[in-house]
Write a protein that binds this ligand. Sequence first.
Ligand code: MN
Length: 324
Amino acid sequence: MSDVTGDPRVTVCGAEATGGPVSELVEPRRVQLGESTEVRRLLPSLGRRMVGAWCFVDHYGPDDVAAEPGMQVAPHPHIGLQTVSWLLSGEVHHRDSLGSSVLVRPGELGLMTAGRGIAHSEQSPDPHSPILHGAQLWVALPGEERTVAPRFEHHADLPVVTEGGLRATVLLGELAGAVSPGRVHSPLVGVDVGLRAGTARTLPLERDFEHAVLTVGGAPVVDGREVTPGTLLYLGSGRSELPVAAGPESRFLLLGGVPFAEQLVMWWNFVGRTGEEIAEARSTWQAEIAHGGDRFGAVPGYEGDPLDAPDLPPTPLRPRGRER
Ligand code: MN
């Protein structure tokens, strides 16, 4: 997906995040993407910009798109990040400038590593399932690895941990010995956790990670607090386990990782370290739209025009840390 900036709203509950466990609710802010898709953005938010290397979290749907085109995001560039496409319902056709053309379905991981540069499009296929529901997540690449060669991974067979009424699919990283095949560049975890009605379990966590939970269905109770759909609960670090429970059937994403030490410049679809790096990526993309080129490249098979980058802001883009 493609980023649009705006003013976030945050509700802070509990202690300030100065290390150690906290319990801080982040309310979503609504963002319009293109003509047809509204998403709810959880990261970056006003007080919380990252959770580990996770630097961008959008939750969309469930939307009835039976009579609609669904997701239609034209080719656009990325640098310095990985995109994680995760569907709860529906399907998205990913195409990129490496020549990938993959239909990503629920339970399958679409993992695109932008590195030094890639372009991609994301579209609901025609025909498509009536309900579209999913999450679009970004992971910042650390240090020099932000300029690795771009690649796309599609993992349709992810490890699943089942225990009582808990069913956890490991998107990235590791949970209870189950390791995702997705390649990451810093220690992190991403898990889709489903809880049957009436389930109460304890999830093992990495103590050195900070974690957050994004509810995508039902009403899970996480660390004793009910987290409503579309809301993110930031949990801080220093936890080796997390009690989770569900009255009704519930589902959430657990995201975590080692707190990201570097400051980032995030603008549009680019993650860099300096405003100059971002401006160069922007001007290269605009030149490639007009004349072609090979840093980002064209997206074969996409019918239509690529996205124009917005104008750079009048004030310099400044690096910012993981918190406000
Ligand atoms: Mn994108």
